[in-house]
Design a protein around this ligand. Sequence first.
Ligand SMILES: *[C@@H]1O[C@H](CO)[C@@H](O)[C@H](O)[C@H]1NC(C)=O
Ligand SMILES: *[C@@H]1O[C@H](CO)[C@@H](O)[C@H](O)[C@H]1NC(C)=O
Ligand SMILES: *[C@@H]1O[C@H](CO)[C@@H](O)[C@H](O)[C@H]1NC(C)=O
Ligand SMILES: *[C@@H]1O[C@H](CO)[C@@H](O)[C@H](O)[C@H]1NC(C)=O
Ligand SMILES: *[C@@H]1O[C@H](CO)[C@@H](O)[C@H](O)[C@H]1NC(C)=O
Ligand SMILES: *[C@@H]1O[C@H](CO)[C@@H](O)[C@H](O)[C@H]1NC(C)=O
Ligand SMILES: *[C@@H]1O[C@H](CO)[C@@H](O)[C@H](O)[C@H]1NC(C)=O
Ligand SMILES: *[C@@H]1O[C@H](CO)[C@@H](O)[C@H](O)[C@H]1NC(C)=O
Ligand SMILES: *[C@@H]1O[C@H](CO)[C@@H](O)[C@H](O)[C@H]1NC(C)=O
Ligand SMILES: *[C@@H]1O[C@H](CO)[C@@H](O)[C@H](O)[C@H]1NC(C)=O
Ligand SMILES: *[C@@H]1O[C@H](CO)[C@@H](O)[C@H](O)[C@H]1NC(C)=O
Length: 463
Amino acid sequence: MAKFHGPRFLFLILAGLVLCTADDKNGPETSPKCNYTLEEENDTVTVKIDKNDSAVKYKIKFTDTSDGSSTEESFPMSLKSFKPCQNYTVTLTPSCNPTTGFFKTRELVDSDVNHTLKITGAKVQVCFETKWDLNKCIDLNTSISCTGYSVTFNGDPCKKSIPFTLPPVKPVISYTNEFPTKLRWDNQPSNCLKDLTYNCNGLAVADFKDLKTIHNHICTGTYDYGNGTVTSDPIPVKIDCDIVNEPSLSVSHNSIHASWQLDSEKCPSITTDFTWKVTCKNGSTSSLKGHCTKNPCEFSNLEFFTEYTCEFEASYENKPFNTTTKTTKTWPGQPSYTKSPTTKDESHNAFKVSWSINRWNGIPGKIFAELYINDHLEDNKTDCNGMSCDFHFTNLYYSTQYKIKVYAQNGNGNRTVILDVDHSTKYNDKALIGFLAFLIVPTSVAVLFVLYKIYLLKREKSR
Ligand SMILES: *[C@@H]1O[C@H](CO)[C@@H](O)[C@H](O)[C@H]1NC(C)=O
Ligand SMILES: *[C@@H]1O[C@H](CO)[C@@H](O)[C@H](O)[C@H]1NC(C)=O
Ligand SMILES: *[C@@H]1O[C@H](CO)[C@@H](O)[C@H](O)[C@H]1NC(C)=O
Ligand SMILES: *[C@@H]1O[C@H](CO)[C@@H](O)[C@H](O)[C@H]1NC(C)=O
Ligand SMILES: *[C@@H]1O[C@H](CO)[C@@H](O)[C@H](O)[C@H]1NC(C)=O
Ligand SMILES: *[C@@H]1O[C@H](CO)[C@@H](O)[C@H](O)[C@H]1NC(C)=O
Ligand SMILES: *[C@@H]1O[C@H](CO)[C@@H](O)[C@H](O)[C@H]1NC(C)=O
Ligand SMILES: *[C@@H]1O[C@H](CO)[C@@H](O)[C@H](O)[C@H]1NC(C)=O
Ligand SMILES: *[C@@H]1O[C@H](CO)[C@@H](O)[C@H](O)[C@H]1NC(C)=O
Ligand SMILES: *[C@@H]1O[C@H](CO)[C@@H](O)[C@H](O)[C@H]1NC(C)=O
Ligand SMILES: *[C@@H]1O[C@H](CO)[C@@H](O)[C@H](O)[C@H]1NC(C)=O
């Protein structure tokens, strides 16, 4: 039995070895197969791997056939990793069909290129950026501004050129201080034939007349060079006309008349649309707050003979630009009063007339009182130096009607109207007493005489 077993066991081992080597040789044919395709769309490169075993992860390697440089990528890949017009060797690990293929990128086209202006201080660069691994910057100056330029990239094997018009260097603008103003392009290169388009306060300037004087504007200038626009830094624009806010004032007793000479060399056509805010004060009380909407203008209902300090705030189209202060004094006028004169008896042939005024409206003056009987001047009093006067008229006729005329006159000669007041004196009380005394004496004498006669008669009877 042992004799037979030996060679049979050995055969089994050999068979097993043969089987094992056969298994090894057939191995790659039975491993999962895969196919891939490369596509470029929407600026990305996509790899589609058609594979049997979803568990397998692939690595993809692109080798630049021109310089041998290679990149390993994950999916999807941006065109930024590639150059246009370039042949790449593609290797997948684990291997996939085709195991080593080629991927040729397309040519550069206009729409792959965009550009930016890089302005650092005085240096201006135009930098071209592409969707590919290609970029470049060129320095700009006024002599090449607004000229045609062919954009080509060193890394582009096809040397495709893209037309481009170079922009001007960054515009610098200024304005003239006059109305209408002119905005100017100070550093306009000779090849840039169009003017800038100007924009102030966010609005395109259609007409320089729209830039109001005195108002503040912020303006920019923009040049359209064909492939884009370049805009200046914003500058403040303020047209300062040589308009002087200097009112000529003339006054009356209760008004101030103000007029302005608004002629200007820089802004000859600007004479309307000015307004003034006017405040006139005597001390701290402001007597007048007014608006002047036309030139000239007048402020009335002021106090007479009063010094006013007036502030004139001038505005052009509601924009204040200058404030001037002037002092003036209104003329004197009639003294003012509120009460009528009053009379009061002081005896039967004396009375007083009282009157007071409120203001002299001029240099202090006098109050006059004239006493009349039937238009005949009897007495005339000015013996009072205040604003409130009592005139005492004495030794008058009894039982007589008097007319008193009262008026005030200031030191400037302005007088009030003449006010009439009537007053009648009473009967003569002293004369009545005299008359009564005259009656009593003879009566008493008569009575005494009668009494004496009666006494005499009585004595005669008793004898
Ligand atoms: C690979 O491509 C071949 C021929 O195009 C096809 O017959 C085969 O089925 C593909 N294999 C896979 C795994 O997609
Ligand atoms: C590419 O973009 C277009 C439009 O955006 C879209 O319809 C299309 O499906 C995109 N293709 C791929 C492969 O993403
Ligand atoms: C996947 O592999 C099996 C063998 O393991 C094969 O029969 C089948 O056809 C493969 N599938 C494809 C899509 O190639
Ligand atoms: C890419 O380069 C290889 C090797 O130089 C060449 O065999 C192949 O034809 C090229 N393919 C294309 C599409 O240019
Ligand atoms: C510049 O403009 C021209 C004409 O519109 C266009 O063909 C070209 O592609 C543009 N160049 C760049 C770099 O944008
Ligand atoms: C220019 O193009 C690149 C790539 O296409 C993009 O990333 C970039 O934002 C673009 N720049 C401008 C200013 O359009
Ligand atoms: C302007 O730039 C061009 C191109 O870079 C150059 O040839 C030229 O000399 C420059 N001119 C000046 C005045 O710098
Ligand atoms: C106010 O007016 C009076 C009368 O003219 C004058 O005497 C006085 O100085 C004025 N006061 C001020 C502060 O102007
Ligand atoms: C107003 O104008 C006058 C005369 O031009 C000038 O002297 C004054 O300084 C100005 N005042 C203000 C507040 O601008
Ligand atoms: C006041 O008197 C002055 C000087 O006589 C005179 O000029 C002025 O007109 C008078 N004012 C009034 C309101 O009568
Ligand atoms: C009143 O008296 C004054 C001075 O005494 C005199 O100047 C004036 O004329 C008199 N008035 C009248 C109406 O006579």
